[in-house]
Design a protein around this ligand. Structure first.
Ligand code: KDG
Length: 315
């Protein structure tokens, strides 16, 4: 049984060996990407029981993705292999100024065929937290419907529903995203979102105001991710700013998922909101300091030693 189940598409990600246009790149490193599996990997590395539920192609890339996630300690026993649709692929591109962008080859992927029929509901019912990002809602109509059904299922079964809108403009328009994501945001117990996403979805800018609005619509815990400005976190009683953990940035993709993993680990460990926020900030920073979405994430000892140096935070 897992403490947390994450549900969404994972892809093979190709990472270029240099910061230039893809047309000039000759070598890539093959890795695994995917917002929800990134969160599961982060939690598993910290010693939590984390599952990732999805569909991949019954192809070499699909078996690679599942093998890698299993090797990181994620429970992949509920993952389905689809013989008729391929595993999705994405290619990262880094500009000389370190801006990252992504190119997707995922339309018609195995994960895009996900629907409520693919869910093992008895398996899901045992989770303490279900975490999903808006990317799952963006990949197809059937996946979008599945996410709404899962949110309702979580509520009925007293399972905490954790949601990160993760708006991806290459997957849908802002108006489509807003229409689909707002109800999910409002049904979540835990909302973890970027400040720019809050601006798009709620029209709000100040972290304090964003947090208040999300608590009024039902969220018990909120984390507003503010990039190099750190984060603003709240449990409804205590709200505070968390400074960014200083690191040398090389690959920003995956930072938000790493924050989510640290924050959710803190909640599972029944830590204070300040500790949850710091754990998220440290995980986010370690993710961006290395190439790949999850390769830089610490194990339990690594995170604890950084946290021990953060004065006045540990219990
Ligand atoms: O949050 C990081 C993800 O965006 C990345 O791993 C790939 O899932 C991904 C996506 O769809 O962009």
């Amino acid at each position: 049984m897992s403490d947390i189940v994450t549900i969404g598409e994972s892809l093979v990600a190709l990472i270029p060996d240099r910061h230039t246009k893809l047309r000039y790149v000759q070598s890539f490193t093959k890795t695994v990407a995917g917002a929800e599996s990134n969160v599961a990997v982060g939690l598993a590395k910290l010693g939590h029981r984390a599952s990732w539920l999805s569909k991949v192609g019954d192809d070499e890339l699909g078996h690679y993705v599942v093998r890698e996630l299993r090797a990181e300690g994620v429970d992949t026993s509920a993952v389905l292999f689809d013989p008729d649709h391929p595993t999705g692929l994405m290619i990262k591109e880094f500009s000389p100024s370190l801006e990252s962008s992504v190119h997707y080859y995922r339309a018609g992927s195995a994960a895009s065929t996900l629907s409520g029929d693919d869910i093992d509901w008895a398996y899901l019912a045992k989770a303490k937290i279900i975490h999903i990002s808006g990317i799952t809602a963006a990949i197809s109509a059937s996946a979008r419907e599945m996410v709404a059904t899962i949110a309702a299922f979580a509520k009925e079964h007293g399972i905490l529903f954790s949601f990160d809108p993760n708006i991806r403009r290459k997957l849908w328009s802002l108006s489509e995203a807003t229409k689909a994501l707002l109800p999910l945001l409002k049904s979540a117990d835990i909302v973890l979102l970027g400040d720019e996403e809050a601006n798009v979805l709620l029209g709000l800018e100040e972290p304090q105001v964003i947090v208040q609005a999300l608590h009024s619509s039902g969220a018990r815990w909120v984390g507003v991710k503010r990039g190099s400005h750190g984060a603003y976190v709240s449990d409804g009683e205590t709200a505070l700013s968390i400074p960014a953990h200083p690191v040398r940035v090389v690959d920003t993709i995956g930072a938000g998922d790493a924050f989510n993993a640290g924050f959710l680990a803190g909640l599972l460990e029944k830590r204070s909101i300040a500790e949850c926020g710091h754990m998220g900030a440290v995980m986010g920073a370690l993710a961006v300091a290395s190439y790949g979405d999850t390769e830089g994430l610490p194990d339990r000892r690594g995170l604890d030693s950084v946290m021990n140096n953060i004065q006045g935070v540990l219990r």
